[in-house]
Each structure stands twice: as structure tokens, then as C-alpha cells.
Design a protein around this ligand. Structure first.
Ligand SMILES: [Zn+2]
Length: 238
């Protein structure tokens, strides 16, 4: 039995009860670990409830009230991508295709965007230790031209660039393209932002507990710039 199948069953099972419920709760499909799904599954059992999997998966599901919202965003992004990608076909078809695509994503391993695979809440240690546990975050490094740029401009100038970028692209309360506002390359600060999960408000919330949708305070801006510069400093070490 797969978690995917089970999730569907949980939705379908709402309003019914069963004498025995056997439910896999596993980290391998953590995207489905949501408090409401666990609750619905557990409360279907009349006599016997068997949870199979990992203890931490259960505690993760209990803590996780945010997955639905995150998936909605992901669906939006995929839909936007699909809409841009296909010039023919009516929007309804595109939507359905995108929805099917989204449903498949958590189960296809390599097809899933690396960011969606991150679970910072489960990583241990300080920020840099946690970042090193994310495949996506740890895949970033300063390339020769970035290092050259930092050497040429100096850390103080790069820091002032970081402030400018944060001020314009990350600090405002409303960022219409949040999640897409930071290029993957072109400036060492951009690279550092992805590496340190300070690339958008969504990542700030997930990794740094700075709530999305609110304007960054002076202190928070300082914090973000400090992290970016710390990462760049570490990268510049021979
Ligand atoms: Zn981000």
C-alpha cells in the first residue's frame, strides 16, 4: 500500500468508520504528513489502530499544519509554468494536466524540485549545519567569477549590495513574485541567498521563522545580511 493511495482513501473515508485501520506514516512521503490527514485517518478506527512507520513521522505530521498552503503554492507555480510552456490547448486542459503533474511529483523522486524536498524543521544543529543537510541549499557555491568579484569589490561593498537587494526584493510586506525574485546567478549575494534560504519570504519563514507577508524589521534585515555575508566569507576561505 502506498501513502498516495492511503491519502486518497483518507479523503474518501471522511465520515465513515472502520473496525481496524492500518496506516503507514513514513518520512519517505513526508509531503503527505499533515496533521489533518493523520487526524482523519486515526479517527476512522473504531477498535484497532495500527500506525506503521517512524515515530518522528508522526510527530512531524502533528506539527505540520502548513503543507496544504505550501502545496497550493507549488500547484500555482506548476500551473504558471505549464501555462507558459504550452501555447496551444485551452486553459482548462492545461489546468488538469498541471494538477496531474502535481499529484505525481511527490512520488517521482528525481522529478520533484529540490526545494520541495527540504524539511528544515527536521534538520539538527545550527543554521549552517541545517543548511548542509539540504541537498538543494548545499548545492550552491561561489564560482571563480563570483570569488573574483568579491575580491575585486571587497566585502564591505558586497555587504552594501546585499542590503540593497534585501531592501528592494525581500523586505517589503507584499512581494508579488515571492519565491521567484532572486536570480540563481549573476551576483554572489544571489547565490548566497539561495544557499542560506534567504532568497524569498517563503524560505525565510521555513528556515528562519520570519513570518512571510510582513515587512522585515531593521533587525531582521541586519540578520539576513549577516547570514549572507557569513556564507560568502566561508566560501572565500581558501
Ligand atoms: Zn526562497
Amino acid at each position: 500500500m502506498s501513502w498516495c493511495f492511503l491519502a486518497t482513501t483518507i479523503h474518501k473515508s471522511q465520515g465513515s468508520e472502520y473496525p481496524i485501520v492500518v496506516m503507514p506514516v513514513t518520512m519517505s512521503h513526508f509531503v503527505m504528513l499533515q496533521r489533518n490527514l493523520l487526524y482523519t485517518g486515526v479517527t476512522r478506527a473504531k477498535k484497532i489502530l495500527v500506525l506503521i512507520g517512524e515515530k518522528r513521522a508522526v510527530s512531524y505530521a502533528i506539527k505540520n499544519e502548513t503543507t496544504t498552503a505550501r502545496n497550493t503554492k507549488l500547484a500555482e507555480r506548476i500551473q504558471n509554468g505549464a501555462a507558459q510552456g504550452s501555447k496551444k490547448g485551452n486553459p482548462a486542459e492545461t489546468g488538469t494536466a498541471a494538477q496531474q503533474k502535481m499529484k505525481m511529483i511527490p512520488y517521482k523522486g528525481g522529478a520533484q524540485p529540490s526545494m520541495a524536498m527540504e524539511e528544515p524543521a527536521l534538520y539538527g544543529g545550527d543554521l549552517f549545519q541545517r543548511l548542509s543537510q539540504s541537498k538543494f541549499r548545499s548545492s550552491f557555491s561561489l564560482k571563480t567569477n563570483d570569488r573574483h568579484y568579491v575580491n575585486e569589490k571587497g566585502m564591505d561593498t558586497v555587504r552594501s549590495h546585499a542590503f540593497e537587494f534585501i531592501e528592494k526584493r525581500l523586505a517589503p510586506a507584499v512581494i508579488p513574485n515571492d519565491g521567484k525574485q532572486t536570480p540563481m546567478r549573476g551576483h554572489p549575494v544571489f547565490v548566497a541567498q539561495h544557499a542560506t534560504a534567504t532568497c524569498c519570504q517563503g524560505c525565510l519563514q521555513k528556515w528562519h521563522s520570519i513570518p512571510a507577508g510582513t515587512e522585515l524589521t531593521a533587525q531582521q534585515k541586519e540578520y539576513v545580511v549577516d547570514i549572507i555575508m557569513e556564507w560568502i566569507g566561508r566560501q572565500m576561505k581558501p
